[in-house]
Design a protein around this ligand. Structure first.
Ligand code: AVI
Length: 338
């Protein structure tokens, strides 16, 4: 399903998503929650973190002193924007497709530089939030009026499919911010293979990857002193209460984050602080928790550059350039189609 929306004073968006403003359907949410809480080792998916409160909390996380990821990627893009812009634009006109664009704060560094270099491109931000895409389109219209913008509201793969049909020129895909790290290893390989299948000769992918480093630095980033990450994690339970009629007592669960330095995986959990039962109206079921039972909520993978190279190889990309910050905490890697 796709519709073109154009309202007075607003710029057109391509809307591929069925639910209003990126919200997930209640039925799909309830089904996933039921499946996750019925497992022996309980799970809830991190994709449900991002309701409006969760998105605000993630903004707050990005401003935390402990959360080095955002600062490091900003540094990469700011300090190396000339080289990045020149490399992505090397072969003439292209569509710059920004998967999970949000407010495009980081991408704007690149957009300004591409514009300064008089490179030929149009900008296609993709996001599940129609509201975010409307706002971004309007802001860019004022801030960079010469850059053509065509925002797409939808899931990543849906958007790539649409682009395949509607945008025929060279494609440069951005997948910034270490979002790849939240997939399981299988999911990230499957995702890269799908992205690759929509790209052709000369196309590129610029992907943000958080690198392996001192395990304590990583642990601090996901267990900040002020408790913002804890609130972000617990917000999942608040969301279930609000949207599915749950009666989780948020004071009876706590945030626990642990880093496995051998696997390079940060794992986040919610821990039941006592034996308790929780009713969820939309599922029509009671879920029992023993004292100290956990719900796994998120994985954040950390990579070595060798791993990044292997991932590229296995999905038919080759690494063109690795852009690093001074601490070598974070990499924006430019993958080319082999
Ligand atoms: C969105 N994603 C890349 C963040 C991360 O670092 O895994 C989400 C996050 N979870 C806790 N803090 C931030």
């Amino acid at each position: 399903m796709k519709t073109l929306t154009s309202t007075p004073n607003k710029l057109p968006l391509v809307e591929l998503h069925k639910e209003p403003d990126g919200s997930v359907s209640k039925a799909a949410f309830a089904k996933d929650v039921e499946a996750g809480l019925s497992k022996k080792n309980k799970t809830l998916s991190s994709r449900y973190f991002y309701d409006s409160r969760g998105s605000q909390l993630f903004q707050d996380i990005m401003a935390l002193p402990e959360y080095y990821l955002t600062r490091s990627e900003f540094e990469v893009l700011t300090d190396q924007k000339e080289a990045i812009a020149a490399e992505v634009a090397a072969e003439g006109f292209f569509h710059l497709i920004d998967l999970g664009a949000g407010d495009a704060l980081k991408t704007k560094i690149l957009l300004r530089e591409l514009h300064k270099q008089k490179q030929q491109f149009d900008y296609v931000p993709v996001d599940i939030s129609g509201h975010a895409m409307q706002e971004l389109t309007e802001r860019l219209h004022h801030e960079l009026p010469d850059v053509p913008v065509q925002a797409v509201v939808g899931e990543y793969i849906q958007a790539l499919e649409w682009l395949q049909e509607h945008k025929s020129e060279r494609k440069v895909v951005l997948f910034l911010g270490s979002n790849i790290g939240n997939f399981t290893s299988d999911e990230s390989m499957a995702f890269l293979k799908i992205v690759r299948s929509y790209l052709g000769s000369g196309d590129k992918l610029l992907m943000g990857m958080d690198l392996r480093k001192d395990p304590n630095t990583i642990l601090d980033a996901y267990d900040d002193k002020t408790g913002v990450t804890a609130a972000f994690n617990l917000n999942l339970l608040r969301r279930i209460n609000e949207e599915l009629g749950g009666n989780f007592d948020l004071n009876c669960f706590s945030h626990y984050a642990t880093y496995d330095p051998q696997a390079g995986v940060m794992r986040s959990y919610l821990v039941s602080r006592k034996r308790q039962e929780v009713w969820i109206e939309a599922i029509g079921k009671m879920f029992s928790f023993t004292a100290w039972e956990t719900i796994h909520t998120e994985n954040s993978h950390k990579y070595s550059l060798e791993q990044a190279q292997e991932m590229g190889k296995a999905t038919n990309f080759s690494i063109e350039t690795v852009f690093l910050d001074k601490n070598q905490y974070f990499a924006d890697i430019l993958f080319a189609v082999k």
